[in-house]
Design a protein around this ligand. Structure first.
Ligand SMILES: O=C(O)CCC(=O)C(=O)O
Ligand SMILES: [Fe+2]
Length: 196
């Protein structure tokens, strides 16, 4: 398995634009294998997560297997690029064909304290690893309208705790992986999102 050459210094786009994309961190072969392994888990272990106002039960999640090589490699990558933050175990996300869009939300409570930390680039972050083409996420950047970020196979999307976003609608099945990069300075409320 190969990862892209690691960029040690953190380019501070996350603190200015609220997100950044690391392109093609993982090879397509690795992603395909990972996708198949993750899909096998979805039937047995996944639970429905919040989706549209009226949950269509087409978006599920489950924890990754312990010691999965792709997740281990992702965590290694993130620890180099964001050394001050602590990766959570994360969740595999599954959207079935026809899955509706989520409501716009943040993953962390946007308190005054969080806003202050964002100013000094010490904010916690959220991460989506795209393991197939067609992965996307809706975001509402700080100074512009909502937009869709399209991710290719192997891309890693990193966004700030206060960035408003929503999982997209999917007309084809999609599997992806989500984790948090927590900060020692901010408590994350587990299993909660904050609808805006
Ligand atoms: O489904 C996705 O791609 C994003 C999910 C998400 O943002 C969440 O559940 O907090
Ligand atoms: Fe979210």
């Amino acid at each position: 398995m190969t990862t892209k050459k690691l960029k040690v210094e953190l380019a501070d786009v996350v603190s200015t634009q609220g997100y950044e994309i690391h392109s093609k961190v993982f090879d397509e072969d690795v992603c395909n294998k990972t996708r198949i392994e993750f899909l096998e888990l979805s039937n047995a272990n996944a639970r429905y997560i919040f989706n549209d106002k009226k949950n269509d039960k087409k978006r599920k999640s489950c924890p990754p297997p312990r010691n999965h090589p792709t997740i281990n490699r992702l965590i290694e990558f993130l620890k180099v690029v964001y050394p001050e933050l602590n990766p959570s175990r994360g969740d595999i996300l599954f959207s079935k064909e026809g899955c509706k869009e989520q409501q716009l939300h943040t993953d962390y409570e946007v308190t005054d304290e969080l806003v202050e930390l964002c100013k000094i680039s010490k904010a916690p972050l959220s991460v989506i690893l795209s393991i197939m083409d067609g992965t996307k996420i809706k975001i509402k950047p700080f100074n512009s309208d909502v937009q869709i970020i399209n991710l290719g196979v192997g891309d890693v999307f990193v966004f700030r705790a206060d960035l408003v976003h929503a999982g997209c609608a999917y007309d084809k099945e999609n599997v992806r992986f989500h984790l948090y990069l927590d900060s020692n300075d901010v408590k994350r409320v587990k299993n909660r999102t904050f609808i805006v």
